[in-house]
Design a binder for this molecule. Sequence first.
Ligand code: G6P
Ligand code: MN
Length: 443
Amino acid sequence: MEIKEFKIVICGGGSTYTAGIVKNLLDEKRLGMKELWLYDIDEERQNKVAYLVREVVKENRPEVTVKTTTDPKEAFTDADFIMAQMRVGGLPMRVQDEQISLKHGVIGQETCGAGGMAYGMRTIYPMVQLIDYCEEYAKPTYWIVNYSNPAAIVAKATQKMRPNARIINICDMPVEIEARMAEILGCQMSDLEVDYFGLNHYGWFTKIRQNGIDVTEKLKEHVRKYGYISEASMNDVFLKDSDWVHTFKVSAKIANYFPDYLPNTYYQYYLLGDDMYKYMDINHTRGMQVINGREVRVFAAADKLAKGEAVDMNQFYVGVHGVFIVNVVTSLAYDLRSRQLVMVPNNGCVENLPDDAMVEVPTYITSHGPEPIRVGAIPRFYKGLIEQQDACEGLLVEAAMEHSYVKALEAYTMNRTIPSANVAKEILDDMIEANKGYWPELK
Ligand code: G6P
Ligand code: MN
């Protein structure tokens, strides 16, 4: 295979995940990287993270040059692949989303419910702007591989507002679950092939095959007892984090209630909101944990590197998450048609869902984009759930596009995690206040 040279840009270079993802990029020699570009609007933050990125490059492929910029023209000119991982408002606003929601008695979560919708309203226009930059400056064959959250809302918005953009919206949660499945089954992830349908953070595994053999029932039995946790996976980095252990365990309850399929872990917020509300602590939210954990570790390492001290870079490698993103990029680059779960416009893929739903399903990633594998019709319970969530997300996007307060209220009311229009209105009004300068103005 002839190795091509690509200009790869990470948009949101200042993320705590950047160094880890760069490791995965460097490991994939087929991406023929000479220069790696980091782009962020927060120069100071990106400069810190750049210390780690340079260290990873030095340790792995010192011939690669790292460039940082805050200038979109410089970043995106002639870019081939843009990996988008922006967090509009940063982690402090993640905490704010969580706390405002919890204050009103509903779950406060990064991408789900009231918090996720607030984050969506902040992210829609910056993502559209990113597309416009790429249309203007990047190569005509550019691809944006977006995993900026809330990916479901971003996918819906970008599809509606820039339908011809070369963007693929992806999320690592299904592959993270597949990694847990492989551990439970005692096999490699590459031995597994799954069937799946849903929206992002809102989907179901319908079949799991291990080297072609159907192991769905065997897995269900395990998940109903223990959730997505195996003895071995207790040693996994991702799982050292107690919230994630909890999350993977909670799936057991859902798998018992609804035995047809295996859930995406994010259903804990939509189907077990009461349990999760009790579990959540307004003074110790997930966003706060990330600020005091991963972010502190990244900044401390940057300080050390700046002083010329040694740092163990292994702690920043992100594993499955990064491998998945790089697999998608490589498949786009070389038309590999690898099978990946990504978000696509439904257009009949799930027969009885609206054509304009952005469904997360298995696809083959070709150089001209994902080719979805047809799912067929889904049972009424799942159809109903998904239609409601799709309506909620669609209304939110329309609220942003039309600057409509009423549509935003409809979206908040439509969300499963919010019990009444009264609560929806109270939260919405607080969110509008707290997101001044970030949200489109609503009339
Ligand atoms: C998973 C999800 C992402 C989400 C992340 C949050 O990877 O797929 O969408 O952003 O978890 O993890 P954190 O450790 O920041 O709570
Ligand atoms: Mn995700």
